[in-house]
Ligand binder design. Sequence first.
Ligand code: UD1
Length: 423
Amino acid sequence: MDRIIITGGTPLHGEIPIGGAKNAALPLMAAALLSDKPLVLDNLPGVADIHAMGNLLAELGAKVDFDAVARRVTIDAGAADETTAPYDIVRKMRASVLVLGPLLARFGKARVSLPGGCAIGTRPVDLHLSALEKMGAVIELEGGYINAHVDGPLKGAHIIFPSVTVGGTENLMMAAALADGETVLANAAREPEVTDLAHCLNAMGADVAGIGTDTLRIQGVRMLSAAAHSIVPDRIETGTYAIAAAITGGDVLLTGAQLATNEAVFGVLSRAGVEVSEDQGGVRVARKNGRIRGVDLMTEPYPGFPTDMQAQFMALMSLAEGASMITESIFENRFMHVPELVRMGADINVHGASAIVRGVHGLSGAPVMATDLRASVSLVLAALAAKGETEINRVYHLDRGYERIEEKLAACGANIRRASGSA
Ligand code: UD1
C-alpha cells in the first residue's frame, strides 16, 4: 500500500488545475444506463471511484470507453442486459447504489447490494427505497440485496423527502425521467452535482424543471437519446486546495475553479482572514498577513457549508488564532480525523456533534492514517503546515477522490512524495 510523505513548512505558490467533480461524474455515469444510445462525458476526473463505476457499468453489460488524455468517457448501454450490482463492487463504493433508479426505470428490475455502513456513519438508503416504492416499485431486502421490480413503467408520484439526500434525489430524478407522468421531488437536494445531473438528463431528452431549487418537477418521457455533457468543476477539490494555500501562507491560482458554487466555503475562508478573489480562469487564494482567525461553522446541505469540507477546515482551524466550534449536522460519525490531528499537536475536543478547536501555534509531523477520503486529505493539509515529516498511510482513500494530489501540490513547491509499500 502506498504512503505519502510530506515535510511541511513551505508556502505554496503557483497554479493548481481543478478537475471535474467526482460526485457529479458518478451519477452522470449511472445515468447512461437510462438510454440505449451513448452518453459522452467530458472533464472527467481521473480518480479511482470513476474507474470503479466504469467497472460496475461494464459488469451490467454497458460498453465503457475511457480516454484519459481527452479526460472523457463514452458509455454505450445499448447492450446492457444485466441488472445485478454485486456486493463486491458496491461495498467498495457506496455510490454504486445510484444504478438502482436507472436500472429499475429502464428494465423494470434491479438487484443491488445494500451498501451497508461506512466509516462516517450508518448511511442507510431507506429514503431512496421508500420514494421508489411510491413510484410503484416493489422492493424486498433479502440476503443483503435490494431486490426491486415494477410491472410496466414506474408511475409519476409526489415525493417529499423527510430530510435532504443527495443520492436519493439523484436516484429518483433518474427513475422519474422514464416514468409514466409527472414526478415532483420536494425537499430535494440542491447540490451543484444534482443540478449538473438534471442538465445532462435534459440534454438526453428528459424533462426536468425547477433545476437548482428544492422542488424538482420531472415529466417522464418514453426514451432518452444520445448526448454529450461536460462535468462541473469539483468544488470540494477547489476548497481543499484553497485551504492548502491558506494553511501554508501561500498564494495559489485554482484554475478552472468556480466561486459561485463555493460561496459557503469561500465566505468562511474570507471571515478567517484568507484573501479570495476571482481571477482570470479561476479563483486566487492567498494568505499574506498574520494568522488565520478562528471561525465557527456548521455543515449543512447546499448552499450551506459542505460536510465534505469539514475535516479540511478543521485542519486549518487547528492553527488559527482563537477557538472555532465546528458542528457536523449531516453525518453522525465524521470526526475520525480528530485523533490524528491531535497526534500532530492540535487541540480539539469533541462534544457530540460539535468539535471545539483551540488554535495552536504549530503542528508537528507524525505517522498518521485515516479511514475516509476527506479525513485523509485533512491530514495532508495539516502536514503541509507542520514542522517535520508526516507519513500518511492508506493512501488509497486519497486516490478515490483526488487526482495526482502529490503532483499538484509539488508543482506549487510542497515537499511531498509518494512511496510504494507500507512502512
Ligand atoms: C453524497 C456525497 C457525499 C457527501 C454527501 C452529503 C456522492 C457520491 N457522495 O453522499 O460525498 O458527503 O452527499 O453532502 O455524491 N440518509 C438516510 N437515508 C437515506 C439517504 C441518506 O438516512 O436513504 C442520511 C445519510 O445517512 C446522511 C444524510 O442523510 O446522514 C445525507 O446523506 P446523502 O445526502 O444521501 O449522502 P450521499 O448521497 O450518500
